[in-house]
Design a binder for this molecule. Structure first.
Ligand code: SF4
Length: 343
């Protein structure tokens, strides 16, 4: 790769590549993914939810979750009435549950500091939990059509290849933000922001950029060179975690606990940890396997009959969940399926 960063770092990107924004805008007009559900009926609220879901998750995975979420909470005012559990229950399966918890926390701030209205300025947006500079920039540029730069994973890839970023730089983010600030369109910002996101997702892809189809091929410092220089990644297997639960069950419901640890399934309802309950008579055992993006789970669940008013001596958050109320609680998919089997 022809590294030109030492010069570029001291140079105005916009002067050197003045036609970059317009090429992205024109490309989006013809090739953009305008049928994505968050690109219809656009509002700050809807763009916020979509951007949070899209953090660390692919578009095709997000689409059904976004549609379900917006169907359940079509407006910010509806979401403001939701409990953390209701939000988490719609998030179950999407992973990275801290995002859903941050939405709930942001709702409390919107209620108290913004009178229940979604913020409309960058400085206000960036105060909300889960909203960083790039997400705030995406909301400002897409929902409010203000020329704020973004730097999500797709945009980082396009810009770092376009400016032929020196891979050995100590602070690549600083240079990339400079490039994004200077190259972001001052007009047609709505089309530009979505265009550069789409270009990264569909043309300048991580594995195989299609430079011959790229609107900024001429001027790109890495055109047709990425694969030749790309080191092959060795695939590494995810670690396996063994889990042992006990599920006390009565005619009416299940005794469950809210999981606290952040490593996986944070704040979801699961059966009791075996460590918590100790040795008790077991009626049946179920073995399950479940894959997460970063972990393989080997799960053993012991089923035991219990009186419906039985309580635990524990400072963990736990409760009896009625069989008719399962849908209202956020649970991991394999746990929900198991419970449904016994309903
Ligand atoms: Fe990416 Fe190729 Fe376009 Fe450069 S020319 S931005 S490497 S797709």
């Amino acid at each position: 790769m022809n590294t030109v960063m030492s010069t570029l770092a001291r140079t105005c990107f916009r002067t050197m590549h003045s036609d970059f924004p317009q090429k992205i805008v024109s490309w989006y007009t013809v090739n953009g993914r305008k049928d994505l559900p968050w690109r219809r009926n656009i509002s700050g609220y809807r763009i916020w939810i979509s951007e949070i879901m899209l953090q660390q998750t692919q578009v095709k995975t997000v689409i059904p979750y976004y549609q379900k979420f917006i169907k359940y909470f079509p407006s910010l005012s509806k979401l403001l009435q939701a409990s953390e559990d209701e939000i988490l229950s719609l998030w179950a399966g999407l992973g990275f549950y801290r995002r859903a918890k941050n939405i709930y926390k942001a709702c409390r701030i919107i209620e108290t500091d913004f009178s229940g209205r979604f913020p409309r300025t960058f400085d206000d947006l960036i105060q909300l939990p889960g909203i960083g500079r790039s997400t705030a920039g995406a909301i400002m540029s897409i929902a409010y059509q203000q020329p704020f730069p973004i730097l999500d994973a797709n945009v980082k890839r396009v810009l770092s290849r376009y400016i032929a970023l020196d891979q050995n730089l100590k602070q690549p983010e600083k240079i990339l933000w400079q490039a994004s600030e200077e190259m972001t369109a001052k007009e047609n910002i709505f089309e530009y922001t979505q265009g550069i996101m789409d270009l990264g997702a569909t043309v300048c892809t991580a594995a195989k950029p299609s430079c011959q189809q790229c609107p900024v091929e001429k001027g790109c410092g890495s055109a047709h060179m990425v694969l030749a220089n790309k080191p092959k990644r060795r695939s590494t297997a995810n670690p396996t975690r063994k889990l042992h639960f006990v599920l006390p069950m009565s005619d009416k419901g299940f005794l469950m606990q809210k999981k606290l640890e952040a490593e996986y399934w944070e704040s979801l309802w699961v059966p009791l940890s075996k460590d918590l309950i100790g040795n008790i008579p077991i009626n049946a055992s179920v073995d399950l396997q479940h894959k997460l993006s970063h972990l393989n789970l080997k799960i053993k669940i012991d089923i035991t009959q219990a009186a419906p008013d039985e309580q635990l001596l524990s400072n963990q958050e736990y409760k009896w969940i009625n069989k008719t109320d399962i849908a209202a609680y956020a649970m991991p998919t394999p746990i929900r399926k198991l419970l449904e089997h016994y309903v």
